[in-house]
Design a protein around this ligand. Structure first.
Ligand SMILES: C=CC1=C(C)c2cc3[nH]c(cc4nc(cc5[nH]c(cc1n2)c(C)c5CCC(=O)O)C(CCC(=O)O)=C4C)c(C)c3C=C
Ligand SMILES: [Fe+2]
Ligand SMILES: [Fe+2]
Length: 342
């Protein structure tokens, strides 16, 4: 009989509200936006801004948006993360659980479930479902996982997978998942990434003098790249475009989901979708590699709102390429990484 593994795996994603009811969306947005790595203003100012202005205004609109994409089994992001869990579990001996940075299932739920399955658990391998490093995504997920682990004095160690934005297995899975779409006629491929404030990029610059300060900073060698979201999304896009042999003038990178009045990474996706038809781009493909699983930001902001903007601006066809979700090559990559780390 095969010996029981003393390791377990957690796939960690961002999370969604428990339901599309406004109070649930409010609770989720409060937790999300009160995170000091997402909105990094001083605590009291953040509290007043989030609880007094942003959440009361945003929650009803967000609830409507969630309603328009909600599945019978609940949030697409959570359902797709569960599907990934099942697919990976099928090929691995170690138990696999999922956790969400905000909402449910929580990090504690995932640790407890693993421990219940094996009280002698020695190590948990944590795979954040974010390919790129950003203070507001990968960093907050990992710091949260570490904080819960420390606070509850769990008896196992944590082994965290670093950002995989340029890992050949990830790039191969992403490129192959996109190949059926780029094999048909199209005028342009847009890589639309979740945006972040430019200030976050400068704040995360470990050299203090590189990001958004040096001409073409993301393509000039620097230790800052290890923590630079902008650099990392360019690398992903370049590697995928190279693998798919898409000429440089046929693809570009934009940033979506801006919130608030600060300057965020540019160019903005919405403005680009308006401009492209005027430049002769009529048949557009859009991929969103900041997200491993399809979610509100792809299914609503891109596939519905983005399409509307593009078609109303003179575009003819708009195709959103699905996220990796449970693509067999992605499942294979995760299984390979987990096996190598165990
Ligand atoms: C200051 C605000 C935000 C930053 C910075 C931010 C960064 C960031 N977010 C993701 C991934 C996702 N974000 C999602 C939804 C979402 N994001 C924000 C705000 C910021 N995100 C809000 C307010 C929301 C909620 C929805 C809304 O009201 O518009 C999602 C989808 C969640 C779902 O349930 O489907 C994802 C995924 C990344 C990767 C990132 C930094 C790189
Ligand atoms: Fe977000
Ligand atoms: Fe940079």
């Amino acid at each position: 009989m095969e010996a029981k593994s003393d390791k377990g795996i957690i796939l960690m994603n961002l999370g969604s509200p428990d339901s599309t009811a406004v109070p649930d969306v409010k609770r989720y947005l409060n937790e999300f936006l009160m995170d000091k790595r997402v909105i990094d203003y001083p605590y009291l100012f953040r509290l007043m801004l989030i609880k007094g202005i942003i959440v009361p205004r945003r929650a009803p609109k967000s609830a409507e948006a969630y309603k328009s994409i909600w599945w019978e089994e609940g949030s697409p992001l959570i359902a797709l993360t569960k599907q990934l869990q099942n697919a990976v579990q099928h090929d691995l001996q170690m138990p696999v659980e999922i956790s969400m940075r905000y909402g449910n299932p929580s990090q504690e739920d995932a640790y407890d479930k693993l421990l219940k399955q094996n009280p002698n658990l020695k190590e948990v391998i944590l795979l954040p479902l974010y390919p790129h490093y950003a203070m507001s995504s990968y960093e907050t997920a990992v710091e949260h996982a570490k904080a819960v682990h420390k606070k509850k004095k769990y008896p196992f160690t944590l082994n965290i997978v670093p950002p995989y934005y340029s890992e050949p297995d990830y790039i191969n899975a992403l490129a192959e998942s996109m190949r059926p779409y780029v094999s048909q006629d199209f005028d342009h491929l847009l890589f639309s990434y979740h945006g972040v404030p430019e200030r976050h990029i400068r704040k995360g610059d470990i050299t203090g003098k590189h990001c958004l300060q040096v001409e073409d900073c993301c393509h000039v060698g620097s230790p800052a790249h290890e923590f630079c979201y902008r650099h990392q999304v360019f690398i992903t896009s370049e590697l995928v475009a190279e693998k798919l042999k898409i000429p440089r003038e046929k693809w570009s990178v934009t940033f979506q989901s801006r919130l608030g009045r600060e300057e965020w990474l540019k160019p903005y996706t919405a403005a680009t979708l308006e401009e492209l038809p005027k430049k002769g781009v009529k048949r557009l493909l859009v991929a969103c590699p900041a997200f491993v699983s399809d979610c509100l930001e792809t299914l609503e902001e891109i596939a519905v709102e983005g399409k509307h903007t593009f078609i109303n601006s003179g575009g003819d066809s708009f195709t959103m390429i699905p996220c990796l979700n449970v693509h067999p090559l992605w499942v294979g990559a995760v299984v390979k990484w987990m096996t190598a780390m165990s």
